[in-house]
Design a binder for this molecule. Structure first.
Ligand SMILES: C[S@@+](CC[C@H](N)C(=O)[O-])C[C@H]1O[C@@H](n2cnc3c(N)ncnc32)[C@H](O)[C@@H]1O
Length: 283
């Protein structure tokens, strides 16, 4: 391993490569948080809801269960395949899924009552462009909901991964905190608020929730975290087998220390949930 942290916006192929693991390990946790996030907006039968960067359905399926007429979009064809399989297993016919770039939504202005994106648009390099698209396709008076990670220093999954790789591989260069990795670019609540207001939303609210994730073991942690984002996947796949074994051993010690001896532990992170209304007029 070259002891270097990858950076930049992942390609659709890179998301395709992690999609099966994401669906298995990450979506079940994100779905729990997604369902809770939806309580901030009023949705039900008759609501036309768009989910951008939907992954395998962590927000879309809970929204469909509440009766909304859901359109789920994602740039990764494999994520969309996994999402369709989940929707079919969940028995929600009121959900359609399409492969689509969130930067170029193929919908007219003012199409949806609600537009949502959980760890989606908030991770785009062109964050402003992604938010502008969400707002553009939402009707005046409609609602927009966006989730994003809070402080990098409070994202324990990230600290555990970087800490274990660093302990096992001398010379590993951790990612810079400034600017932070893309999933953390809205960690500052004031910046998050500014971006939502600049995008044209009114009545903006942002609240911060604890995002707990249970890991059963070091092996489970590595599988889950390396499926959660192509950046983490690249870090883990760069490891030689002996390095991976060392990282797993270090992680095992870290998780046991956290849980008082058990092989698994619950790790915490902060997530900000922003919501706003598209004004009845557009500038
Ligand atoms: C961290 S996942 C979040 C998935 C889901 N919203 C959730 O909460 O589990 C980020 C998702 O963004 C998608 N994505 C990345 N860039 C995108 C783009 N430009 N347009 C649409 N989707 C994109 C990826 O394929 C991936 O499914």
């Amino acid at each position: 391993m070259t002891a270097q942290m990858p950076s930049g916006e992942p390609t659709p192929a890179a998301w395709d490569a992690v999609a099966d693991g994401f669906d298995e390990f990450v979506t079940p946790v994100n779905s729990r948080h997604g369902a809770a996030a939806l309580s901030r907006i009023d949705i039900g039968p008759g609501t036309r809801l768009l989910d951008v960067a939907a992954g395998s359905g962590a927000l879309s399926i809970p929204a469909a269960r509440r009766g909304a007429d859901v359109t789920a979009t994602d740039i990764s064809p494999r994520m969309i395949e996994r999402l369709r399989a989940r929707a079919s297993a969940a028995g929600v016919p009121n959900l359609q899924a399409r492969v689509m770039d969130g930067m170029r939504l193929e919908y007219d202005d003012d199409t949806f009552d609600v537009a949502v994106s959980q760890h989606g648009v908030s991770t785009f390099v062109d964050l402003r462009g992604g938010l502008a698209e969400l707002v553009r396709v939402t009707k005046p008076g409609g609602r927009v909901l966006v989730s994003a990670f809070g402080a990098l220093s409070r994202a324990e999954f990230f600290g555990f991964l970087v800490g274990a790789v660093r302990a096992a591989i001398p010379g590993f260069v951790p990612p810079p905190a400034d600017p932070p990795p893309l999933p953390f670019q809205l960690a500052d609540v004031a910046v998050f608020r500014d971006r939502l207001v600049e995008a044209g939303l009114s009545g903006v609210t942002i609240d911060t929730t604890e995002w707990d994730t249970p890991y059963e073991s070091a092996t489970h942690f590595l599988a889950a975290v390396s499926s959660s984002h192509p950046i983490a996947a690249t870090m883990v796949t760069q490891l030689a087998p002996s390095q991976r074994a060392q990282v797993t051993q270090v992680l095992d010690g870290m998780l046991r220390e956290r849980s008082g001896g058990a092989p698994g532990a619950v790790l915490h992170a902060e997530v900000h949930i922003g919501a706003g209304t598209v004004p009845g007029w557009r500038s």
